[in-house]
Structure formats: structure tokens, C-alpha cells
Design a protein around this ligand. Structure first.
Ligand SMILES: Nc1ncnc2c1ncn2[C@@H]1O[C@H](COP(=O)(O)OP(=O)(O)OP(=O)(O)O)[C@@H](O)[C@H]1O
Length: 267
């Protein structure tokens, strides 16, 4: 006998937005983080699909970094955060990296004494002994070569990371996520402190890597957001205040009141 179709599940699937059918998407459900009774993230729901360059904005202390910390195993949280169907909450950070989820920090965490190539090699964790990692290579593995090309540092492969410009260090960090094969990248204020040219180059880089990956960018720079965001989520006091296109979010009275007010008044 043919089993009866589950009409409820079918209706749900038909009603679901297109992104829901991709396995490669980040889904956060009712995520909460509290520090000694202070609720920093308060029931956040979020879906970010592959190919969508999502910006996460909000006033200082809104919970943006804590949300990323929770997804990457650095802050204890309740609720759920999955990527590609894999539950990340409760996993140790190194396993989250293996689940193809990577993040950068507000301050670049490259090893300044080591070359660009050695930093990428270490990130790739290619099973080479630490002594070998420190020796110069004669050939560069393909994935490292591709990452170097993507981040525009091919010409600086043997330069110590310490001599890189501020922007280049951030790009190297992004490169380190690429060689780890991160398909979900969570970037915490990647253009803070960058020059206008570096910001523009970073935006182009994010567009390129975001085409086939799930990318979430925490940012305060509104001009950068207007130029490069595909969609925006606004956090306020640990909750999602608004979500939509740049135009929708910018026109939202709630967002203007709590976040954009000063920027608009200044303009
Ligand atoms: N380890 C911690 N212990 C206690 N409180 C914390 C801790 N980390 C963050 N907080 C608090 O949680 C709230 C959210 O902080 P968070 O850094 O996530 O905000 P944010 O939106 O990233 O802010 P900003 O834009 O300034 O970086 C803040 O009130 C902060 O003081």
C-alpha cells in the first residue's frame, strides 16, 4: 500500500522560502546567552543562506559579538545554531571549525613572526610537523595558492605577517578561513581601522567569497554596509529589532530611533 503523503510537511515545504532548501545555511533558533544573570542575547532567530552577504548591525552592546561567540563555541548558549544541518551549540570550537564554520575577531589574530604562507599552512593544519611548517616550502599547495589569489597576497607569500598593512592582516585572516574550507564565515568588524581603499577592496573580497558561502559581517560602518550588504539584521538589547534589505532597514523608524538616529541627524 502506498503511504499517505504528509500534507502538513508538504505545505510547510511549499511555503518555505527558497533558501530553506539549501543545506548550506546558518539557522539560529531562540538563541540565548547570559552572563551571571545579564541576558546579552535574548532569543535570537536568524536564517542566513549561502550567497547572501548578511550584515549584522546594532548599537554598542547589542549582542552582535556575543552571538558570533555563541555560534563558534566561545560563549555558552541555549537554543540552537545549525550549519548544514549540524548542531553547533555544545560543540567544542575546533569541531565547529571542522563543521566548516569559521570566524574572525575585531583584532586580527595572525602570527606576526611567521610568513603569510606559514600562517596559511598552520590554518590549513595540513598534518605537517611544526618544524616542517616553519621551513620554507618549494611548492605551495593548490588550496593555499587559491586562497592567496583570492585575498590578493600572492606577491607577499614569504613576507612576515607582522609587516603587512592593517587591511592585509584582515585579508590573511579571511584567507586562513578559506584554507580551512570554511563555508560559513562570521566576520567581526572586518573593516574597522581600514583606509577607504582597503574598505573598498575588502568589500569586493567579501562579495567574491560570499557568492558561494554563507557570510555574516558585523559592522558599524554604514557606508560600507550600503555599498556591500545584501541583507541586514539589526540587533538591539540582545533581540532582533529588524531585518530586510538595506533600504528597508534604513527606512524602519525603530532602527532610526535606536541606531541610525544620530547618523541621520548628523547627515
Ligand atoms: N564575558 C562577558 N561577561 C559579562 N558581560 C559580557 C561579556 N561579554 C559581553 N558582555 C556584555 O554583553 C553585552 C553584549 O556585548 P557584545 O560585545 O556582544 O555587544 P556588541 O553588539 O558586539 O557591541 P559592540 O558593537 O560594542 O562590539 C554587553 O552589555 C557586554 O558588556
Amino acid at each position: 500500500m502506498t503511504p499517505k503523503p504528509d500534507l502538513q510537511a508538504l505545505e510547510k515545504a511549499i511555503a518555505a522560502p527558497r533558501g530553506e532548501f539549501h543545506r548550506d545555511y546558518l539557522q539560529v533558533k531562540d538563541l540565548r546567552v547570559s552572563f551571571d544573570g545579564f541576558v546579552a542575547v535574548d532569543g535570537v532567530d536568524l536564517v542566513v543562506t549561502s550567497g547572501d552577504l548578511r550584515f549584522l548591525i546594532g548599537p554598542n552592546g547589542a549582542g552582535k559579538t556575543t552571538l558570533i561567540d555563541a555560534i563558534t563555541g566561545l560563549a555558552k548558549a541555549t537554543g540552537s545554531a545549525t550549519f548544514g544541518g549540524v548542531e553547533l551549540l555544545g560543540m567544542p570550537s575546533h569541531k565547529i571549525v571542522r563543521a566548516a564554520v569559521g570566524r574572525t575577531f575585531q583584532t586580527a589574530s595572525v602570527i606576526e613572526e611567521l610568513s603569510v604562507l606559514q600562517n596559511l599552512d598552520i590554518a590549513a593544519g595540513m598534518g605537517r610537523k611544526s618544524r616542517e611548517l616553519l621551513r620554507r616550502r618549494k611548492t605551495v599547495p593548490t588550496e593555499v595558492e587559491l586562497a592567496l589569489e583570492t585575498i590578493g597576497l600572492t606577491g607577499l607569500v614569504n613576507a612576515p605577517a607582522g609587516v603587512l598593512a592593517h587591511g592585509q592582516k584582515q585579508w590573511l585572516e579571511i584567507g586562513m578561513l578559506l584554507v580551512q574550507d570554511a563555508r560559513c564565515l562570521l566576520l567581526d568588524e572586518p573593516v574597522a581601522g581600514m583606509s577607504a581603499i582597503e574598505r573598498e577592496q575588502t568589500g569586493e573580497l567579501l562579495k567574491r567569497i560570499g557568492e558561494q558561502r554563507t557570510v555574516v559581517v558585523v559592522e558599524h560602518d554604514m557606508e560600507f554596509l550600503r555599498n556591500f550588504a545584501n541583507s541586514v539584521t539589526v540587533l538591539h538589547q540582545g533581540k532582533v529589532l529588524a531585518e530586510g534589505t538595506v533600504a528597508e532597514v534604513q527606512a524602519d523608524p525603530k532602527v532610526i530611533e535606536v541606531y541610525l538616529g544620530e547618523t541621520h541627524a548628523a547627515a
